[in-house]
Design a protein around this ligand. Sequence first.
Ligand SMILES: C[S@@+](CC[C@H](N)C(=O)[O-])C[C@H]1O[C@@H](n2cnc3c(N)ncnc32)[C@H](O)[C@@H]1O
Length: 490
Amino acid sequence: MRGLEKQGPCAAATPCGCAQPALETGNLLTEPIGYLESCFPAKIGTPRQPSICSHSRACLKIRKSIFNNPEHSLMGLEEFSHVWILFVFHKNGHLNYKAKVQPPRLNGAKIGVFSTRSPHRPNAIGLTLAKLEKVEGGAVYLSGVDMIDGTPVLDIKPYIADYDSPQNFSVHNDHHKLRAEAQADGTANSCDQLLLSGRGKVQPRQSTKERLKCLEDRTSGENSQKSRDMSEIQHTLPEDRERALDLALEPSRGESMDMPENQLGPPELKSFLEEGTDRPRKVEGALVLPGGSAETQWDASYRAGTADRVPCSVVPSWVTEAPVAPLQVRFTPHAEMDLRKLNSGDASQPSFKYFHSAEEARRAIEAVLSADPRSVYRRKLCEDRLFFFTVDTAHVTCWFGDGFAEVVRIKLASESVQTVLPPSPSPSPKGREEQSLVEEEVQQRAGPSRRAAPRAASMLVKPQSSSLATSALTHWAISLPPLPQGLVFS
Ligand SMILES: C[S@@+](CC[C@H](N)C(=O)[O-])C[C@H]1O[C@@H](n2cnc3c(N)ncnc32)[C@H](O)[C@@H]1O
């Protein structure tokens, strides 16, 4: 990691003159969660990417200085088949880095460092996707690693193909949308599980019901049985896998497992690093065989050519079948008008900074709201509150009902800062006016029961800085009287 003395202009200094690590400036002082015990004692011979040698093994014990009960921090991880490991290239030897590097695969030609997986980079952080063999107490056992023994590990995150693999994005989003539609038109049933499992293909230009039926037909039998499994298997096309391998840096063919005896830990670890797990492990269809084979039944069918799509990774069902359903998103006519105005092209009305069109902005707002951005707290205890967030230059006001989110206002972020900032000592006339307009509209749409005196409508939880307004998504809520549940608006 870069020396702290090289921090950016915002870094504060302690009285002793040292730069003070500050999260907000990105000067993170890291503390390894553990030090990897790996079958590779040195850099030489260590594969350049984890995919190169599936039998390379390692073990990471979470340090007690990080968590008193390390096993608690690993709870649930065993349900994933793969994990991302973030680590420090601690044996780089120097902290120098260059803008252009020569990856072995280019055989001497130079290319920008950020186009490569070179260990020599401004922050010497590595990222490896490893197979999770088992979790035992406060330790994780991995295979398919490209890290050397003693590597300081900064973090572990589960690999979720739906989030981490672009070829899954559109399928995931289509499923998400279909599920919201099905929820709305009451057709959500067991097919839903299949949709969520990522196994079906979305049929374009069909009604929701037809698509769901089609998926159900196509994935009946064996797959329906599998959908009841605890976890979901995520697929990758063989050619994608090939391409992924091809894009990696030059593979090291010297996958020597030789290492001095003293480099190894206790006998159990030694046998794991040398041979693999000593008992069968079933991770939702990925069977790790005893006696050293890290091969899964899916790997076997892939190699035997019996699978047209290769199931590569496994996640627990709560990831794909989350109890929180996607929401239907709608815009009031007023919000539609706001959106059009925002991108009117009128010189006095600045349009978007990041979005290319009002349609893109609309889709982004829909996507954000469909995934229900509220915290659990807000979802459970502040159902009756207006919800605000800012994306690009659009400051969005909405409310949530049973299975839907409705956008009631979209304002220019800079304007909305004015209109919704905490009224201290008193709101600007414009702010007051805007606030009561929104309340009024929501009240009208929610019906007479809501017309009782608005509750603390001006209580804002969080103000917003103008810089955040244009670069990040921010949200907060104001109190309003409870909204009737299950309302359907035209
Ligand atoms: C090309 S890097 C890729 C690492 C990771 N998959 C990534 O993309 O960030 C892999 C190489 O880094 C080297 N390496 C592994 N662990 C290291 C460590 N702790 N310090 C320095 N170099 C290391 C090994 O030579 C290995 O072949």
